[in-house]
Design a protein. Structure first.
Length: 240
């Protein structure tokens, strides 16, 4: 299991004043120096946080895994192939949403992904990951498409407002992880994870590899600094 830090919200803070500070590139370096295995960013169509120039700078400076999270538009596919990150995570993207609101609906996107998106990445060496809710039908179709990994959407688990709802969501994630693993794909997870719910998730859900954490980690770092915050997450994941 390894930690990938999503640095989008360092860019959010930078963009608030239109100046160059704080730098997501510098933040990525601190996270890696503190022991994170890699960095995630989401280049959105509206460029609300990460900008094109950040992507090329991150490609130059990140030493570990670079995970390019994006909607499967022709524009993003072109940029991603130029940048050649280790991993490309495809997500649904809505203009009005504050953050990614759920996984891909594989029934809706399957034909397009099979005919346009996956062939575009063939022979690029970029590993593909699909952001999915733990629905058996979606996972089945992801395997049929030939993706390398599935990132399980942990948002419903993270936002559960009762113990029983949290247990229900955990059970769905457990089953989803088993299914993804059985079908020969890597199990990643992310969304809404924090220092409180991460231990619960990793104690229950098997086969987890890349854990992608952004908002809670960047927010906590305002009080603790990035190095201490990253190390606190790594302590939870130690030996797993
Ligand atoms: N994984 C995916 C696919 C995401 O869209 C996001 C949010 O950008 C994350 C992980 C990280 O979520 P959070 O910022 O809530 O930790």
């Amino acid at each position: 299991m390894q930690l990938l830090v999503n640095i989008d919200h360092v860019a959010t803070l930078r963009n608030a004043r239109g100046e160059g500070f704080p730098s997501p590139i510098e933040a990525a370096k601190i996270c890696e120096d503190a022991g994170a295995a890699g960095i995630v960013f989401h280049l959105r169509g509206d460029r609300r946080h990460i900008r094109d120039e950040d992507v090329y700078e991150l490609k130059k400076s990140v030493q570990g895994i670079l995970d390019f999270e994006m909607a499967a538009t022709d524009e993003m596919i072109r940029i991603c192939k130029e940048v050649k990150p280790e991993l490309c995570t495809l997500v649904p993207e809505g203009r009005e949403e504050l953050t990614t609101e759920g996984g891909l609906n594989m029934k809706v996107v399957y034909d397009d992904f099979e005919q346009r998106v996956f062939p575009a990445f063939k022979d690029t060496g970029i590993l593909m990951s699909l952001f999915l809710d733990p629905n058996p039908e979606d996972i089945e179709l992801a395997a049929k498409l030939g993706t390398d990994a599935v990132e399980l959407h942990t948002g419903n688990f993270a936002n559960a407002t009762s113990k029983s709802e949290q247990l229900h969501e955990l059970e769905r994630l457990q089953k989803g992880a088993e299914q993804i693993h059985k079908l020969g794909m890597t199990v990643n997870a992310g969304h809404g994870l924090n220092l409180n719910n991460l231990p619960v998730l990793i104690n229950s859900v098997p086969h987890l590899q890349d854990i992608s954490i952004g908002h809670a980690l960047v927010s906590q770092s305002l009080f603790w600094g990035l190095e201490r915050t990253v190390k606190a997450y790594l302590e939870i994941m130690k030996g797993r």
